[in-house]
Design a protein around this ligand. Sequence first.
Ligand code: ADP
Length: 438
Amino acid sequence: MSRRRSVRLRITAVATAGTLAVLLGLALLSSRMIGPLLVDSADDELRPALDTAVAAVSAGAEVRPVSPNFRTRVLDTAGAPADGAAAPELTPSDIRTLKAGVPVLRLSDSPPARWLGTVATAPDGAQRLVVVGTGLAGYDAARGAALRWLITAAVIAAAATALATWSAVRSAMRPVGRLRAAAARLGAGKRLPLPESRELRALAAAMNDLLARRDEAADRLRRFTGDAAHELRSPVASIRVQAEVAVAHPDPELAQEVLADVARESQRLSALVDGLLTLARSDAGELPAASAVDLSVAAADAAVRCAVADGPAIRVHAPPGSCWVYAAPSEVDLVLDNLLRNAVRHARARVVLTVLTAGRTARVVVDDDGHGIAEEHRAKVFDRFYRVQDDRARSSGGTGLGLALVAEVVRRRGGAVRVGESPEGGARFQVTWRTASV
Ligand code: ADP
């Protein structure tokens, strides 16, 4: 519930409550300090009067009141009047305190009274308790009035804080409203205006970055969908045309040829769909379970799988023993098959597959002695549907997805793939994987 309340309301409430609490605390503290201040000022006036009275008692002279506001009394040490007047309003405990030279504040009197006292020795050697007292007129009223005034001041100050905070937050939030309105009517490909304030500027810039990334991803997806549709259309169209020709000319010899063509196109279609599916799964974050895979064994198996009768020879160099990498077995096969099939397709006479390990990485190098890949195509061959020579790839059943798949499955396991030139002048593909401990 509280989460839905506006930021303005929350900030104002917190600021107001904070101000009110602090000022009320200060009001209470200040009103408590009024009492001691009044008592201190009474003490300042009582002390000289006490000194005068003590001097008179010590000298055996008559004790006269210094001021009509003060009561000056001479008592014996038990608190009984020694000056002939009525007993003062002091309890035995007050007498004991005054005898110890400690002042007494009698809040129960009306008005509250302050007494100072000390013991003096009369000329006849008798010990006398000399006390001087005064009524603190207005003591309670001053404290009450101070508290009332201070509380009123605290409430007014808190109300002023609420008003100031409310309007300050409202004006601070105005650019947020403008940003929201701009975002609501933002057209495709457009960016948010950058507000003046530093924080909102950073927010708008971050949102613009996000929009740019989104646009780029949407563009990529649009291109990919278009390319995929285009790639799927040609084998489907080819199968359809061949089938229509076969239906129009029911010749058994032609039918055989047409069926072979249809089978070839279907194979390409199925490879394309498999590739698209793998990429879509990977894009969606799906990752097959990884385990330790022996790269040396996988390389030897792939060489057997990819060898073509009358095609280039495939030689495998692997270190003695096993070379474990951390990946899914299907991923390792996909990488090796794609690199080897490409190499076999483009090599003149020889393909060399080398497996190497160094520290925590294992490397697979596939060299061929073909025409290689020109510098300007090297960065792009890993893009989806990128082909160096369109017709050649098409006629050989390529989908334009092979190297994109290789790059994707290697990258998601923290590996890397790059292309360069082999010692024979052909292409050299290098894949690195993290090694696995078994
Ligand atoms: P395809 O399945 O169409 O071959 P790939 O993604 O596997 O698609 O390859 C992308 C491009 O790189 C293709 O046009 C292909 O001709 C080129 N290529 C891949 N491997 C080699 C190689 N060993 N030598 C020369 N060109 C290669």
